[in-house]
Design a protein around this ligand. Structure first.
Ligand SMILES: Cc1cc2nc3c(=O)[nH]c(=O)nc-3n(C[C@H](O)[C@H](O)[C@H](O)COP(=O)(O)OP(=O)(O)OC[C@H]3O[C@@H](n4cnc5c(N)ncnc54)[C@H](O)[C@@H]3O)c2cc1C
Ligand code: SF4
Length: 325
């Protein structure tokens, strides 16, 4: 690891004004410190944000408010989250390991970097780490990579499970820098790689994620996160579905859904929802709707299987939540 200066400000104002040209904020450190050890991130200055007032989990008449410094484990086990948004709790509990969840923050989770092996290995080219050097993943053993939202510059999947649940629920994040604040929908926050995969989101230099807001959605009490992976614990998704369903025994009234493990960002499914709303609650409806989940997919040589896998993950999630055996 390279030498760096360290500061631990106690106000958001101070933290954002301390932030220099080559600085990184430090929350739980479970991504940042890893990448510093690998020389992937080489900040000259680390601004520890753990003393900032960015805590609290509140469920109010307009929804759920979560401070960005709340630990993943505390949010996952919070009674209001477990009751009103089980999809968030499950997405968190299926992420990483208990030890990491105890360290890692909600804001840091949303800003974790891709797990692409080339990105993490500085001896190889990678457009995301070093723009213009190329993307060796495209012609490699690319089984785990994305099929949706890819470009000729980058095909890395977005790694966060939490982000998939939050996109399905139409959540927003509060971004603050000094006295300036703005709210951005998480779905808009993440950018497609296009020609500049190094630019992953709309965060401006020195800006902090201070809060996550999830709108009130009473029927999200009936929601789940289904994650398919090579081993059942401590593994990133090959395919995942975040789903909330509003239905009676016969008909689907509404649904919210997004998929993970297959997109270069958490993948919202605007074209699947209309195929469910007002339709009979049965397997035929689910299978017909799931076909729309992979519209525009561009599989690589070794991940063609993900097209069918994500459709099947979606059907299984709908069957489980719909109470159909
Ligand atoms: C072995 C392993 C397995 C994992 N498995 C999964 C998994 O299955 N699913 C999953 O979703 N995740 C997984 N993760 C990722 C893990 O959840 C993240 O590392 C963690 O959530 C990051 O949070 P942190 O607080 O430690 O962030 P940090 O490492 O402190 O920060 C991460 C990045 O975000 C920036 N940052 C942090 N907080 C803020 C903020 N509030 N505002 C602005 N910038 C900020 C930092 O500057 C840094 O660039 C895994 C990680 C490891 C190491
Ligand atoms: S997929 Fe993206 S992150 Fe991986 S090597 Fe290619 S450019 Fe880099």
């Amino acid at each position: 690891m390279r030498p760096f200066t360290y500061g631990s400000p106690s106000s958001i104002d101070q933290a954002t004004s301390d932030f220099g040209q080559n600085s990184s904020f430090l929350a739980g450190g479970t991504t940042l410190v890893d990448l510093m050890k690998l020389d992937v991130m080489i900040p000259a200055q680390v601004v520890d944000i753990n003393h900032l007032p960015m805590h609290g989990i509140k469920f109010t008449s307009d929804g759920l408010h979560i401070g960005a410094l709340e630990k993943m484990s505390d949010v996952a086990e919070h009674p209001d989250v477990m009751t009103n948004y089980p999809v968030i709790s499950q997405a968190l509990l299926k992420s990483a390991s208990a030890q990491i969840r105890n360290m890692a923050s909600m804001g840091g989770n949303l800003l974790q970097r891709t797990r692409c092996g080339f990105f993490r290995d500085v001896s190889t080219p990678c457009n995301k780490r070093q723009p213009g050097t190329g993307c060796p993943a495209i012609d490699s053993w690319n089984r785990g990579f994305a099929i949706l939202g890819t470009s000729s510059s980058c095909v890395a999947t977005h790694p966060s499970d939490l982000a998939v649940a939050l996109v399905a629920l139409d959540a927003s994040i509060r971004l603050q820098s000094g006295n300036n604040e703005r709210f951005v929908k998480l779905d808009d926050f993440y950018l497609l790689p296009g020609d500049s995969p190094e630019k992953e989101n709309q965060l401006r230099p020195g800006e902090l994620i201070t809060e996550i807001r999830v709108p009130l959605l009473p029927w999200a009490r009936r929601s789940l996160y289904l994650k398919i992976r090579d081993r059942e614990s401590y593994e990133f998704a090959l395919s995942s579905v975040a789903l909330a369903l509003d239905a009676d025994a016969n008909t689907i009234r509404d649904a919210r859904l997004a998929v993970g493990g297959v997109g270069t960002k958490p993948w919202n499914l605007p074209n699947v929802r209309p195929e469910l709303i007002g339709k009979p609650l049965n397997q035929r409806t689910f299978e017909a709707a799931a076909k729309f989940a992979t519209e525009g997919a561009r599989p690589l040589r070794h991940n063609v299987f993900k097209v069918e896998l994500v459709q099947r993950t979606l059907v299984r999630a709908l069957m489980d939540l719909g109470g159909i055996a």
